[in-house]
Design a protein around this ligand. Structure first.
Ligand code: DNO
Length: 360
């Protein structure tokens, strides 16, 4: 696939090098970010330029950013949001100057994605991440206590201790934010930034809530196709788009992922795809992640790729979380080997689809 990408955490934090990525056959894009700019601040041009140069010097392209995170004040709807929105618009302009075409972001309150186990051991001795609802507290106070004591009861990927310290304050700030309020705040944000995206030709690609269900009483607004239609209607523009993360949406067995692709790629509202598989552990929706192959998980990756092919998808795609295999133990979900195998598999499915099409 022409825009196959690989997420990279940068020279300081990622044990994977750009050369490693370059050597994965069929990979042209690096999906990157600036990890040291605090959420809410403008991304400085010099740092963007530096990242871009590094990626291009390695023979790769940088056209997708994951993520420019949204400050919680915007999601809560505090008066300070206007300044954060102005900063976001400036970041969009700065990124556009360096050829960025897609910005992936999410609108999840407080937490990004959540798992209850980062090293769930599979039968073959490899490990990956899992989510079991029973292992999660109902009471936010329990998370606060457990994270504060460092008792390791919860797994909050990407949460540094300083940010954890703000959890308590944040839960309080969200107490009056229900789904309707969060949608209202999202519309306010989109109405403000989408005209800038249109001017700069940068497409926003909202990532689904992961897992796609309310957690700890916090609202979730991108869980399924219906939510996507509501978000789409908030601000009609192809620049108000989605990341379709097959794993996140697929974590709810009621979501028909190929149908979601057909609908939203079909109408050019999904410029970015995260392709991964998950495996249900029971009928309560608990799951662990898996190798990308259909036979290893619960999602039919052929049908997913076929839906992309049938809708003439020509956006950006990357493999998503992989297992830790062959003794590797890197950033959870973001090791080298299993994601590289994922790329080989996804590209193989795509090649077959292309050739079947030609012979039709
Ligand atoms: C998890 C990722 C998410 C994603 C953000 C987008 O592995 O897919 O953290 O990057 O939700 O803002």
């Amino acid at each position: 696939m022409k825009n196959m990408g690989f997420r990279w955490y940068g020279p300081k934090d990622d044990p994977i090098t750009l050369q490693n990525i370059r050597q994965i056959p069929g990979t042209t894009q690096v999906v990157g970010a600036l990890f040291d700019v605090p959420v809410g601040e403008v991304w400085p041009k010099e740092k963007i330029a530096e990242l871009k140069k590094e990626v291009e010097d390695a023979g790769l392209k940088l056209e997708v950013i994951e993520s420019v995170n949204i400050h919680d004040d915007i999601k809560i709807g505090l008066p300070s949001r206007d300044q954060y929105i102005e900063n976001y618009k400036q970041t969009i302009r700065n990124l556009a100057e360096y050829g960025i075409k897609v910005i992936c972001y999410n609108f999840m309150p407080i937490f990004d994605w959540l798992r209850t186990d980062l090293h769930y051991v599979l039968e073959d001795g490899s490990n990956d991440m899992a989510f079991e609802a029973d292992k999660l507290a109902d009471d936010p106070q329990e998370i606060i206590d457990s994270t504060r004591n460092g008792s390791n009861g919860y797994t909050l990927p990407g949460w540094e201790p300083e940010r954890l310290a703000t959890i308590e304050r944040l839960f309080h700030a969200y107490k009056d934010v229900d789904e309707a309020k969060l949608r209202e705040n999202m519309k306010y944000f989109l109405d403000a930034i989408i005209p800038t995206c249109e001017e700069c030709d940068v497409r926003m690609a909202m990532h689904p809530d992961d897992p796609p269900r309310p957690l700890f009483g916090l609202p979730r607004i991108y869980k399924n196709a219906e939510d996507m239609r509501a978000i789409e209607a908030m601000h009609e523009s192809k620049y108000n788009g989605f990341t379709i993360c097959t794993g996140s949406l697929g974590e709810n067995p009621k979501n028909d992922v190929p149908a979601i692709i057909r609908e939203f790629v079909g109408k050019d509202r999904a410029p970015f795809i995260h392709a991964r598989n998950i495996k249900f552990m029971n009928d309560k929706g608990d799951f662990h992640e898996s190798a990308h192959l259909s036979e290893c998980g619960s999602l039919d990756m052929y049908e997913i790729m076929k839906a992309l092919h049938d809708t003439n998808f020509d956006g950006y795609i990357r493999p998503d979380h992989g297992r830790n295999i062959w003794g590797e133990d890197g950033v959870p979900g973001y090791g080298l080997y299993d994601r590289a195998l994922g790329i080989a598999y996804l590209n193989g499915l795509w090649e077959a689809l292309e050739k079947m099409n030609i012979n039709d």
